[in-house]
Design a protein around this ligand. Structure first.
Ligand code: HEM
Length: 406
């Protein structure tokens, strides 16, 4: 960014520059190397970056995302700290000034996470952080049917950018990747998108069904406190943060499209057009899992996705889902379900993502049983992913994960 933009808020710019300089000096990084581009134009969106919680968790799911997992290529604690400092300032600057001219003042969120391997990798405590690893930051177990590809799985650090514009997320993530050069390398990445039909309607995914009808309402502080934010049970660096599970799930869309409407609806447990539970009229009516037909059979198939994922079927477990679709173009793919085709088809599906207070009573509890018998599994294959602990938000003057290094 080398255009000259009239400076509207010199004080803010000074803050960024001086904070960056002191961060760089603390970490032994030359000022020239760590300098942000100075022509930042402050915007009110900046407030969203600095705060109690990281942005991009409970906010409305936007149209585009770009997720990248990084591996550290250093074992120097100071270099890791310096990267976290540079990322903090680069993200703040991106949000304030936009990723490029024309993208200023467009809402953009950046969310960072720490994978289990940051704390311990191959039995090594590379950065002296093992004691800070919370028990809930487990290595995800292997689930039935998992076909995780190493090149799309894990990572020491995660960075996710969300915005309404695809070029904004791509430009911003490039900037953040550049900041990591020499300290961390990209391990895997996934772009995702959401359709925009009617603003007030639940979005639909590639299967044509409404996705997000029943979800934790992240905008409700009580619900977020109960199900999303880590509380006093967690270490200081994570209190007010959250655990994020991400899984690119390939969907055999051609196979799905061949199914009758009735079978699709039975699989999901909801009507396609309205989103209502099977046998009901309105999207937000109760699922009523116990309903039986005249023959005494359950109206809602017991292993339909809606029945399997309902809190009542999982000891009250609830997660905040933030789903995106993905489409990586076409690839030669061997399907794992009948008719067991090998074909060139769409490498597409759901970039499943969920936030929770504890993954052991969130995603892991929900997905363990689902992975075995959910009817949806006939069409889906989990091909990668990871668990990341997303630290609490960053206060002005501090940097991402700072209290890990006490
Ligand atoms: C490609 C894979 C998947 C697709 C297409 C999909 C789609 C859907 C759809 C259409 C619904 C019903 C509408 C709604 O309530 O939002 C739903 C609900 C739900 N799904 Fe999925 N889903 C997938 C994978 C998963 C996975 C892996 C989990 C993991 C735990 C999950 C958890 C849930 C939950 C918790 C609900 C809401 C249940 C409730 O609160 O009653 N889904 N999903």
């Amino acid at each position: 960014m080398n255009q000259s933009i009239p400076e509207k808020n010199p004080a803010r710019r000074h803050f960024i520059k001086s904070a960056l300089t002191s961060a760089a000096l603390m970490a032994g990084v030359g000022e020239a190397e760590a300098q942000p581009t100075p022509e930042c134009k402050p915007a009110s969106a900046a407030e969203a970056f600095w705060g109690e919680h990281q942005a991009g968790i409970v906010s409305k799911v936007p149209a585009h995302t770009y997720f990248v997992a990084f591996d550290l290529i250093t074992d120097q604690r100071g270099q890791l700290q310096a990267l976290l400092q540079r990322w903090t300032l680069a993200a703040a600057e991106l949000i304030e000034s936009g990723a490029m001219p024309g993208l200023m003042n467009k809402p953009l969120s950046v969310t960072f996470g720490f994978g289990p391997s940051l704390f311990e990798k191959d039995g090594q405590d590379r950065f002296g952080l093992a004691a800070q690893r919370p028990a809930a930051l487990v290595n995800l177990p292997r689930f039935v049917g998992d076909q995780l590809v190493p090149e799309r799985t894990g990572g020491d650090l995660s960075v996710q950018v969300c915005a309404e514009d695809p070029l904004a997320v791509e430009t911003a993530i490039r900037r953040l990747a550049k900041v990591a050069q020499g300290v961390a390398v990209m391990r895997w990445a996934q772009m995702g998108f959401n359709g925009r039909f009617q603003a007030h309607e639940t979005p639909r995914n590639q299967m044509g069904f409404k996705d997000g009808t029943l979800n934790v309402n992240g905008q409700d502080p009580q619900a977020a406190k109960a199900f999303v934010w880590v509380g006093d049970e967690g270490p200081a660096w994570l209190r007010g943060g959250s655990y994020m599970v991400i899984r690119p799930i390939r969907i055999s869309l051609e196979h799905w499209d061949d199914m009758t409407l009735a079978f699709q609806e039975q699989t999901i447990g909801r009507h396609k057009a309205s989103g209502a539970p099977i046998g009901k009229q309105q999207e937000f009516e109760d699922l009523d899992l116990e309903r039986e037909d005249a023959q005494g059979n359950p109206v809602l198939t017991e292993n339909s996705h809606a029945a399997m994922s309902a809190p009542e079927s999982n000891g009250g477990a609830q997660i905040l889902r933030r789903a995106f679709s993905y489409d990586n173009g076409i690839a030669k793919i061997a399907e794992r379900w009948p008719p067991w085709r090998q074909l060139v088809t769409f490498d597409a599906g759901l970039l499943f993502q969920c936030y929770q207070r504890d993954p052991r009573t969130g995603f892991i509890r929900l997905f363990k049983k689902m992975a075995q018998i959910d009817m949806l599994n006939q069409f889906t294959t989990h091909v990668g992913g990871g668990l990341f602990a997303c630290p609490h938000g960053i206060k002005p003057g501090a940097y991402l994960g700072e209290d890990l290094f006490v």
